[in-house]
Design a protein around this ligand. Structure first.
Ligand code: SAH
Length: 194
């Protein structure tokens, strides 16, 4: 029974991320794209992330097929996983709100792209990725299965490591000194640490 409660928590969280993102997706569809770096690797990594954070969790929750890889954690870790969903959702919301029309799911620069250095971006350069790292940490605390729990970290982890330096290079190519200055004043994921 408690397993099910935390599975529902994960599902509700995943749905809420979709709801937060939806209006930005809709509005930014009309963006005119100047630079598009969405190559084959990026598409594969996005697909892998989708598999890891959505498809495998759904398979685990709604079918018995992955049950052979189940484990059981102490309740306090399930609760920790639930509590950490709150900063993840807040960071995800804030980063979309601050990026506004400059947000895109992939590596793109739009016509009239502006460098965002306000709001949450004043402190860290990749708050959306911070949110997704926290979510990847929550996943194995809520979905107690070696496959469905760890697949988010693997999928998103690969996307992150292959993307972050390329994203920063793209921003530097576009905004030059302004981005280098911004980079000096901020951290990647965790204020004052990294
Ligand atoms: N890495 C950021 C943004 C993820 S969305 C984060 O984790 O919060 C990816 C897109 O956001 C990139 O294609 C780029 O066009 C845009 N982007 C990233 N940082 C930005 C910034 N500081 N200002 C404006 N656009 C930015």
């Amino acid at each position: 029974m408690t397993r099910l409660i935390f599975e529902i928590m994960y599902l509700a969280f995943a749905i809420s991320l979709g709801i937060i993102r939806r209006p930005h997706e809709k509005r930014n569809k009309s963006n005119v794209i100047d630079v598009d770096q969405k190559g084959a690797l990026e598409k594969w990594l996005l697909g892998l992330t989708f598999l890891g954070v959505s498809l495998l969790p759904l398979l685990y929750i709604f079918s018995p097929w992955l049950n052979f890889a189940n484990y059981q954690l102490p309740l306090y870790l399930n609760i920790l996983g639930t509590v950490l969903l709150i900063p993840a959702a807040l960071l995800f919301y804030r980063s979309h709100a601050d990026l506004g029309r400059n947000w895109s799911v992939s590596l793109e620069i739009r016509e009239e792209h502006t460098l965002v250095t306000h709001g949450i971006y004043k402190h860290i350069r990749h708050p959306m990725y911070s949110a997704l790292w926290i979510a990847s940490l929550c996943q194995p605390l809520l979905l107690q299965n070696y496959i469905a729990g760890l697949s988010g970290m693997v999928g998103f982890g690969l996307l992150y490591f292959f993307r972050v330096a390329r994203e920063e290079q793209m921003m530097e190519d576009q905004f030059g000194e302004d981005y280098l200055d911004y980079k000096k004043k901020t951290y990647r994921l965790i204020p004052k640490l990294y």
